[in-house]
Write a protein that binds this ligand. Structure first.
Ligand SMILES: Nc1ncnc2c1ncn2[C@@H]1O[C@H](COP(=O)(O)OP(=O)(O)OP(=O)(O)O)[C@@H](O)[C@H]1O
Ligand SMILES: [Mg+2]
Length: 385
């Protein structure tokens, strides 16, 4: 507020009273006051739309609004402008109620003199400003509290997820460790009793248990890397079609004869950039699942569909399918559907796939019917060199 000039909006229907106020203010020496006088609430609201004021002086009996009902529309229209109410001698209670409802002060008209008026106006402006600042601080604080609460909740959820993760992990490590313990114990105690074949079987069991643990560790480390942000999207020029073709051929070698892997591509693909490592994780895992969850065998189709700005990949199998209630959850770590029976797995593959697809800026979805088959659809944006 400039010290030199205070803009007052006077709402007063009595011309004589208005003139008197104007005279009182004219004689002020320390501050200058400019006063705009209106007779009705309606006019006041219009003025507040057009102009800025430092304070409102409000008479409580107006032709278009009586008593305290003038306050609310004024406060709503100009919440940061202080209001001083002008009352008659016998209106004390009304005046106090006005202050309770948001006016800064009240003045009894008959007792008005320059000193009282100027003091009240200055006080009201200062007080309103202090209140506004307080309100702003309060608002900022509230936002900060909200943000911190959200952060805390996030941290809490993460913490909970981490402890779930650790307990699942310990569980998944215990099985292969037990196998190793059991087999080594048998080998140690029965060195001379066991046939060569039996010994070989135990060594194989140990080997596969160690392989399981190594794979589990690799997956966990990779997820950790993705979560900590150290797994990065590193696009390089790649012949996408032959990459997919090769991946399918590699997997066909390890798959059983019951499975037939078929790769087809649709559309012309211009040169583009891809992160080979991420793609290998994504499609390696999806194809591995397609084979693994089709214990009866069948065709596993891998299709590449080139669109204008994206490329879609469909991995389709004729396997056991995923019950509808699991179709969203399977992307969470350690979640496995109820129909996996004896098919082994840790439930980390799709969690990793999901993170890799995200890193590649794409999306993944699944369509599945129990007993019929499953199709995973990955859509990745085309990244031009
Ligand atoms: N093609 C599929 N057909 C049927 N169910 C599937 C298929 N792919 C995934 N699932 C279901 O989703 C679950 C999670 O898959 P995910 O690949 O994450 O873990 P997993 O295969 O159990 O273990 P791993 O960590 O070894 O990959 C599976 O346990 C299975 O229930
Ligand atoms: Mg898997």
């Amino acid at each position: 507020m400039p010290l030199s000039s205070v803009k007052i909006l006077l709402i007063e229907d009595n011309l004589a009273e208005a003139r008197l106020l104007q005279e009182v203010l004219k004689g002020a020496t320390l501050k200058q006051f400019s006063l705009l006088h209106v007779k009705r609430l309606r006019e006041a609201l219009d003025q507040l739309n057009q102009d800025e004021f430092d304070i409102i002086l409000l008479d409580l009996s107006l032709p278009d609004s009586q008593g305290l009902s003038s306050l609310t529309p004024l406060i709503n229209r100009a919440p940061s402008i202080p209001i001083v109410v002008l009352t008659n001698t016998n209106d004390d209670e009304l005046a106090i109620e006005a202050v309770r409802q948001g006016a800064q002060d009240y003045l009894v008209k008959r007792q008005l003199n320059r000193e009282v008026l100027i003091r009240s106006v200055s006080y009201a402006i200062e007080r309103k400003q202090a209140l506004e600042e307080l309100r702003e601080v309060n608002e900022t604080l509230e936002i900060q509290v909200q943000e911190q609460t959200a952060e805390l909740m996030k941290a809490k959820k993460l913490n909970q997820l981490k402890s779930e993760f650790v307990s699942m992990l310990s569980h998944d490590f215990r099985n292969p460790l037990n196998t190793i313990l059991l087999s080594t114990g048998l080998l140690q105690e029965n060195t001379y009793k066991l046939t060569k074949e039996k010994k070989l079987t135990h060594f194989q069991l140990i080997r596969s248990a160690i392989n399981n643990m190594t794979q589990l560790l690799d997956e966990v480390l990779l997820i950790g890397k993705a979560d900590s942000g150290s797994l990065k999207f590193q696009p390089t020029p790649l012949a996408l079609e032959s990459f997919c073709h090769q991946l399918v051929e590699e997997l066909q070698l390890t798959a059983s004869k019951k499975h037939q892997l078929v790769f087809t591509s649709f559309g012309e693909l211009d040169e583009a950039l891809w992160d080979e490592g991420l793609l290998r994780h994504i499609f390696g895992n999806l194809l591995d699942n397609a084979i693994k969850y089709s214990p009866e065998g069948g065709i596993v189709r891998f299709q590449l569909i080139v669109q204008e700005k994206t490329v879609s990949f469909r991995i389709q199998d004729q396997g056991i399918g995923i019950p509808p209630e699991y179709q969203k959850q399977i992307f969470d770590p350690f979640t496995r559907a109820s129909n996996v029976n004896t098919i082994t797995g840790t439930g980390l593959g799709l969690a990793m796939v999901n993170r890799c697809v995200e890193l590649h800026g794409g999306q993944i979805s699944v369509e599945s019917e129990v007993g019929v088959g499953t199709t995973f659809i990955v859509t990745l944006p085309l990244c031009k060199p």
